[in-house]
Design a binder for this molecule. Structure first.
Ligand code: NDP
Length: 318
């Protein structure tokens, strides 16, 4: 075995600075010829760095019998089967905290863009339509009550911003948090009935699939604004499309979709939706911080110092 552990990449590596650091510590394999590499040297691969869409499931782990760690670029790790990893004593790490403020900024920006129709208004000016008359009046944030679904690291950063905006805030999670000053709802439908604005910032995966369904949208009602910066899978996408078409809710701001980068084309025809290309953490500053944490987790692990930011399912400390 070589001195430098073999690290398999599931996709193009993040930032150049990250790749340079990884090259110093590891023999990098993939993402080209992924299958052939696994067939030829699967048993020598000790680490995996992953980003984005490829599923890292138990079947893949079984083809890498000496895999010790999966380092995920992103705080959301719904593409990694962390339970299957734990069964196999494989460490999974993610990139929490370094992106909280960035994603919260984007969430609030998307909320404002959706309520005040900023992209639509921009298009109006560019098309020369202002010369023919003023842009129609929009909805407002001023009379809104916001329900945040997910009150973790990023949810709290969003709440802090919206508090400064003077908006009443409530939240839905599975467990109430005694240290959070906002009203907690056990039941999402009950909360959707009591608010007119929902901001989604919780993990994707099986446990949250289609959590926001037709019934929740109905409860949100005709003044309703939905902002999704969580994962596309959290929303029943066809039900949302229909709710926007039928004006069951007023508008939506979406950063995430079920089958990215394929956005259902029917959304493009709607004027009451703002669409972003999964841009929550997408700045040079924050992507670098995330990349550094991907590197730090791998380097720390192979230096015998343990993972820096293991996910909840990873039993650590052992
Ligand atoms: P945290 O783990 O800190 O918080 C997650 C929150 O979601 C907790 O409050 C948790 O509370 C709640 N939650 C989890 N499961 C459920 C459920 N089934 N029903 C209701 N609430 C639930 O995560 P972060 O704040 O760091 O990140 C949240 C998510 O945001 C990520 O997992 C990722 O998917 C997404 N994200 C999206 C980005 C983008 O670019 N658009 C960028 C970064 C993150 P409880 O356990 O009590 O239910």
């Amino acid at each position: 075995t070589s001195a430098r552990p073999k690290l398999l990449l599931t996709g193009p590596i993040m930032e150049a600075v990250v790749e340079r650091q990884l090259e110093q510590h590891f023999t990098l394999l993939g993402p080209d010829n992924f299958e052939a590499i696994i067939a030829a040297e699967g048993a020598e691969i000790r680490g995996l760095a992953t980003k984005g869409k490829m599923r890292v499931d138990g079947a893949l782990m079984d083809r890498l019998p000496n895999l010790e760690i999966v380092s995920n670029f992103g705080v959301g790790y719904d593409t990694v089967d962390a339970a299957a990893a734990a069964e196999r004593k494989i460490i999974v790490t993610n990139t929490p905290d370094v992106l909280n403020e960035e994603v919260a900024d984007l969430a609030v920006g998307l909320l404002l863009a959706t309520v005040r129709e900023l992209p639509q208004a921009d298009a109006y000016v560019r098309a020369g339509k202002w010369l023919k008359g003023p842009y129609p009046l929009s909805a407002t944030l001023r009379d809104r009550k916001v329900g945040i679904v997910g009150m973790g690291r990023i949810g709290k950063a969003i709440a802090k911003r919206l508090e400064a905006f003077g908006l009443p805030i409530v939240y839905h999670t599975r467990r109430a948090q005694p240290d959070v000053p906002f009203q907690h709802y056990d039941n999402l439908i009950a909360m959707a009935k009591d608010v007119d604005t929902l901001v989604l910032i919780l993990p994707g995966g099986a446990a949250t699939r289609n959590l926001v369904n037709a019934e929740v949208l109905e409860a949100l009602g005709p003044r309703g604004i939905l902002v999704n910066v969580a994962r596309g899978t959290v929303v029943d996408e066809p039900a949302l499309l229909k709710a926007l078409q039928d004006k069951t809710i007023l508008a939506a701001g979406l950063d995430v979709f079920v089958d990215e980068p394929r956005v259902p084309e029917a959304f493009f025809a709607l004027n009451n939706v703002v669409l972003l290309p999964h841009a929550g953490s997408a700045t040079h500053h924050t992507r670098e911080g995330m990349g550094q944490l991907v590197v730090d987790n791998l380097v720390s692990w192979f230096a015998g110092k343990g993972p820096v930011t293991p996910v909840g399912e990873t039993p650590w400390p052992k």
